[in-house]
Design a protein around this ligand. Structure first.
Ligand SMILES: O=C(O)CCC(=O)C(=O)O
Ligand SMILES: [Fe+2]
Length: 334
């Protein structure tokens, strides 16, 4: 992938082109997703950074254990997300996703370039500076804002620890990415997303041919994903092996882990050394659990003004704003 390979987009976003044409079923293959122990972080940082680097240059996915976000806080966020999605449609519709903002509620509106069809899900996104008039009221859902603001910040803090390891390995100052994701700036654009994949109980056989989330890579630097045990479906396919028929690996939800993946923004920022890996959420098979699936991803997306360029200057510099806008525009038609 080079900066000049894709003249169809102004910045040569080969990532956009890459995403098209990965919509087929493919095969499956067992692969190891490395687990990385974050305990005693300050003292073990060099060792942790080596492990993060190896996982991210190879498979692009890893699972954090002893990550410091209390399980009770994760459970509380899931419970609150379920209560949000249980609200009446008319209530949720008061807080609509506005195009290009990553804030607010949408229902089956995200069309992936890989599949050309809408993901079978609804979602609510929290991007802090853009939440005016987008929070449900206390009468509608008491406690929602408190729980989500705390959870957003807990995920940010964990994400910044991981990114500080990559900063070290790339030769940037330790807090380089923390400064680039500063939540106190008005151009902060990291996003907490609550996702509800619709239940498939009683669905027609043809409904099972679609996708809960079509194959894609993430736009951001780093994604931290919380899954619920028993609600599987996430699959990955490493880019370096992505030629011919794709072979997909299930990433089972496990207790106590936060599943992480590198996004396109950090791949570019690392001159393609860190791998942004293709993933998707498949439908359950008709003999599997058919209830809803909830997931909570947090996307570390650099502030709008941050200038993205790797230490080797493989690509032209681009602001995080321009970069994200192009990716969002390709996903939300309306
Ligand atoms: O719900 C999941 O497990 C994955 C969601 C995802 O990949 C995304 O929202 O980018
Ligand atoms: Fe994703």
């Amino acid at each position: 992938m080079t900066a000049t390979a894709t003249p169809t987009t102004p910045y040569g976003l080969a990532e956009l082109e890459k995403e098209r044409g990965f919509g087929g079923m493919g095969t499956t293959k067992a692969r190891n997703v490395p687990q990385i122990d974050m305990s005693d972080f300050a003292a073990r940082k060099a060792e942790i950074a080596d492990q993060l680097w190896d996982a991210s240059t190879e498979i692009g996915f890893f699972q954090l254990v002893n990550h410091g976000i209390p399980q009770a806080q994760i459970d509380e966020a899931f419970a609150m997300a379920e209560r949000f999605f249980d609200l009446k449609e008319a209530t949720k519709a008061q807080y609509p996703l506005l195009k290009g903002t990553n804030a607010g509620w949408e229902y089956k509106s995200q069309v992936r370039p890989s599949t050309g069809t809408a993901d079978n899900k609804e979602s609510y996104q929290i991007t802090l500076p853009r939440m005016e008039k987008l929070w449900p009221t206390g009468e509608e859902l008491s406690g929602f804002k408190v729980v989500m603001l705390a959870f957003e910040r807990a995920n940010w803090a964990l994400g910044m620890k991981v990114l500080s390891c990559f900063a070290m390995k790339l030769g940037f100052p330790a807090d380089f990415f923390t400064d680039a994701h500063d939540p106190l700036q008005p151009d902060y654009q990291s996003t907490l997303r609550l996702i509800h994949y619709l239940p498939m109980v009683g669905a027609k056989p043809e409904d099972f041919t679609g996708w809960r989330a079509g194959a894609h890579t993430d736009f951001d630097c780093l994604t931290l994903l919380h899954q619920k045990v028993g609600q599987g479906g996430l699959q990955l396919c490493p880019g370096r092996e992505a030629s011919g028929e794709l072979a997909w690996t299930d990433v089972e939800p496990k207790p106590g882990v936060v599943t992480c993946n590198i996004g396109d923004m950090l791949m570019r920022w690392s001159d393609d050394r860190l791998q942004s890996t293709l993933h998707r959420v498949r439908m359950p098979r008709e003999d599997e659990y058919l209830g809803p699936r909830y997931s909570l991803p947090f996307f570390c997306q650099a502030n709008k003004g941050a200038m993205i360029q790797g230490p080797e200057k493989k690509y032209q510099p681009i602001t995080a704003h321009d970069y994200l806008q192009q990716r969002i525009a390709a996903n939300f038609a309306k």
